[in-house]
Design a protein around this ligand. Structure first.
Ligand SMILES: [Zn+2]
Length: 411
């Protein structure tokens, strides 16, 4: 092949191959690349300003996409230019990925492969170290992130993920409209979220936030209202129902220890049934529960209380929702269901945030979906000690999913 043909195969506009070397024993192909004579536009790598004088010629070795069975290396000539604003700088060259020892074409291929496979697998395919693949993927994602338009955020979701004994909690802020995580912060303190509002959003962006969907974790609510006083705090139904499930479970345990002998048998092994919604149970399972309820009125009451709490979110009008909540709490009188009395006190303390759902609708379950995706990423691959990498990865996951959904809608 001639240099001319190699230039065409390389396909870098404005560049040509002026020398090549094929090593059959090592199965490598090496191409020397430089600017075309016609391509004279030089751009400062720092400020993007055009038209500078060449001060210095340099060469860099880049690993490129393989050419059939040959590993390909490029020796690329580039310039140091004198910029009136920045002084002596390296020219901007889109085919190089910054200071990376890989060409941008190769980095894009590795990044694309990482979208659907774990780093270790991609590493084997490209014959690179897994840590190198992760570093390439991170740069690829940063470029992707830079090129995107960001929609205005109107509704926030704030939640935490438990990472384990050592790292404890991770605070996750997400956009409820796109189901995309916006920011991660270590721990789950008021100061954690303060950091998000102070560093990530401008005053104007903060002003556009209308609602936040959170769990009943005081520090988050405090931080939100401090930074966006007009924001409507809406407590996530999912979390409230989790508390109700916990109350059912506490009643179940207390009943199990209170009852002896044969009656214990009715309660044993029913935990999962009691924590499942009635409409999700088939007839057999419903009968099993009914049998338990015939022998244990307390369990029945607890289960019905949990199931009926759900209705709180079906009301359109605040007054009606408030009446329903009060009626629900009234039912607890004389029942001696301590865990539910505790829950009732909690609900009353957070009444405004519960009723806010009548004033401002937010999509429930988004926060949980975002958390689920992050947990799936954490399970799938190690090497997410870098939070920035984890965030970009989760954002990419969310973005590709929405693209998928819109594509389906069109089809
Ligand atoms: Zn410059």
């Amino acid at each position: 092949m001639t240099e001319r043909e190699f230039s065409r195969i390389l396909g870098w506009p404005g560049y040509k191959v002026y020398r090549h070397e094929i090593d059959e024993a090592k199965r490598t192909l090496r191409l020397w690349v430089r600017r075309d004579r016609k391509n004279k536009l030089l751009i400062c790598g720092n400020c993007g300003g055009r038209g500078h004088r060449v001060e210095e010629v340099r060469e860099r070795e880049l690993r490129h996409l393989p050419c059939m069975k040959y590993q390909t290396w490029l020796n690329v000539e580039y310039y140091r230019v004198k910029c009136p604003k920045c002084g002596l700088r390296t020219e901007r060259m889109d085919e190089m990925a910054g200071k990376s020892p890989f060409s941008k074409d190769l980095e894009d291929d590795v990044g694309l492969a990482c979208e659907s496979a774990p780093a270790r697998q991609v590493a084997r395919r490209f014959q690179l170290a897994a840590s190198t693949v992760r570093a390439i993927d991170l740069r690829y994602l940063e470029r992707w992130s830079k090129s995107r338009n960001r929609p205005v955020v109107k509704q926030l979701g704030v939640d935490e993920i438990y990472l384990g004994k050592r790292q404890k909690f991770l605070t996750v802020v997400s956009d409820l409209a796109t189901a995309e995580p916006l920011w991660f912060g270590p721990e789950r303190k008021e100061a954690t979220l303060d950091e998000f509002f102070a560093r990530q959003l401008s005053a104007m962006q903060r002003g556009r936030i209308q609602a936040a969907c959170v769990d009943m974790w005081e520090p988050f609510t405090k931080s939100i209202l401090k930074w966006v006083p007009t924001c409507k705090i809406v407590f996530d139904k999912f979390h409230v129902m989790q508390h109700a499930n916990q109350a059912v479970d506490e009643v179940r345990r207390a009943e199990f220890y209170r009852k002896g002998g044969q009656k214990r048998g009715f309660i044993k092994g029913k935990r999962w049934l009691l924590l499942t919604r009635w409409f999700n149970l088939d007839n057999d399972k419903r009968q099993m529960l009914n049998e338990l309820f015939r022998h244990n009125r307390k369990m029945m009451k607890a289960y019905l209380l949990k199931e009926s709490l759900d209705r709180l979110w079906t009301y359109k009008y605040e007054g009606a929702a408030r009446r329903y909540l009060n009626r629900w709490i009234d039912q607890l009188k004389w029942q001696r269901l301590k865990p539910f009395e505790k829950l009732a006190r909690m609900l009353l303390r957070h009444e405004e945030g519960l009723l806010n759902y009548c004033r401002m609708k937010v999509p429930f379950g988004v926060v949980e979906a975002v958390n689920g995706n992050i947990k799936a990423l954490l399970r799938r691959g190690r090497g997410y000690r870098n939070l920035r990498y984890l965030l970009l990865k989760a954002q990419q996951m969310a973005a590709s999913k929405t693209e998928f959904v819109t594509m389906k809608k069109v089809a």
